[in-house]
Design a protein around this ligand. Sequence first.
Ligand code: UD1
Ligand code: CA
Length: 479
Amino acid sequence: MPSTSECAIVVLAAGAGTRMKSDRQKTLHEIGGRSLLSHSLHAAASISPTHLVTVVGHQRDQVSPAVEEIARQLDTDILQAVQEEQKGTGHAVQVGLAALPQFEGTVVVTNGDVPLLTGETIQSLIDAHRAASAAVTVLTLDLDDPTGYGRIIRNAEGGVEKIVEEKDADDIQKSVSEVNSGVFAFDAAVLRDALTRLTTDNAQGELYITDVLAIARGDGNTVSAFTAPDARELAGVNDRAQLATAGKELNRRLVLRFMHGGATIVDPATTWIGADVEIGRDVTIHPNTQLWGSTVIGDGAVIGPDTTLTDMEVGPRASVVRTQGELSVIGADATVGPFTYLRPGTELGEGGKLGGFVESKNAKIGPGSKVPHLTYIGDATVGRESNIGASSVFANFDGVNKHHTTIGDYVRTGSDTMFVAPVNVGDGAYTGAGTVVTKDVPAGALAIKEGRQRNIEGWVEKNRPGTDAAQAAQKAREN
Ligand code: UD1
Ligand code: CA
């Protein structure tokens, strides 16, 4: 049953975004680990509107699947309306409205290229719109440099008369610093009617949503403006420079939020954190650290410096220094780094260690087990409290197929052991330094390579006479 307290949000994302000079549709460019469109839709969905519709058009083969994916993440319905030809923002809103079921109440229009807009501000706009019993309320901002934006033209009494686009504005209008954010609240009936009366009589030959204000006012409706408390929140992204500016501002907000949540961030300027990251209490993040995707950092963990983690889970009190990691789990109290590379599928157990110059992939390493130095461990399972000697390689690839290595509990393997998979090393077994393990090692056995070392006396002086080595050898013998 339609009621006037209902609200629909129309997010415009059909434009060509030519200023981006990109093969990717403009609203799919990312800041803070999410697309611009995803930020817009997260904000819209956060106020639980009755209907949420995205207008797609240009490059919709890219945009439509992205909207479907965002709807899944948000666990909400997002309608899609197709604007076949981009005839302007007014036309886009017409198309968006046509996709909605019979509806009365408030229609909020926002743009897919305004990524910093929050749900709170959308709600404040709706509240102001309803409190004023307005037919149209435009969210405005005051800018030192209003270039590029539509200007808010007020009459002598301060009432909003109309919006004039930059390209249609005269010099006096251009000097106005109050501009249109592109976000509006409309009474649905007034909007529907006004949309049928738009014309293309303007510099761009387009149907402008902004012209609805003058039409509504001409009909005697109340048209008002609500000024955003923080203009930075409404910065539109039309090119790559604005993308970087918005990305930095978003990061500033996210870092601040995590600091308020109890994390120490030593250098906010060089710490980048995505919007979907979670960080616990008493976490310390050192400079030049980037946390992306669905990364979760447990309480008391210490991350960085110089660390990039994407879709990682880091347990409480773990330490991760100068590390690159992706789609992996680091257990509680574990230590990782420096110069360590965790590829997808690494699971380091509680209190475990992956040390310097270690690369891991699809490796489950049990609690208390250590891979301390210069090792590649891939397609492996290691039990608890085992130690893998320095400079070892899990040779998992026979040139055609990948194979698995299983190491038991309390195993001690010597430096420079090659595990030629598939192979199993039993509980409590040892391997000697330089062993090439091609056969299973039973529990408690020592595996060593049979080849004995042979010394050929005097070989250097005979075969490399006159070299520094030969002279040093001769001197050593004479002493
Ligand atoms: C628009 C406003 C301007 C405002 C500015 C704020 C109009 C005419 N101008 O200008 O007053 O100051 O936003 O950022 O509304 N789009 C479609 N279909 C179209 C055309 C555009 O879906 O046919 C979408 C775009 O994808 C974009 C949004 O509408 O998300 C705004 O379009 P854009 O071309 O960026 O408008 P601006 O020039 O920024
Ligand atoms: Ca824009």
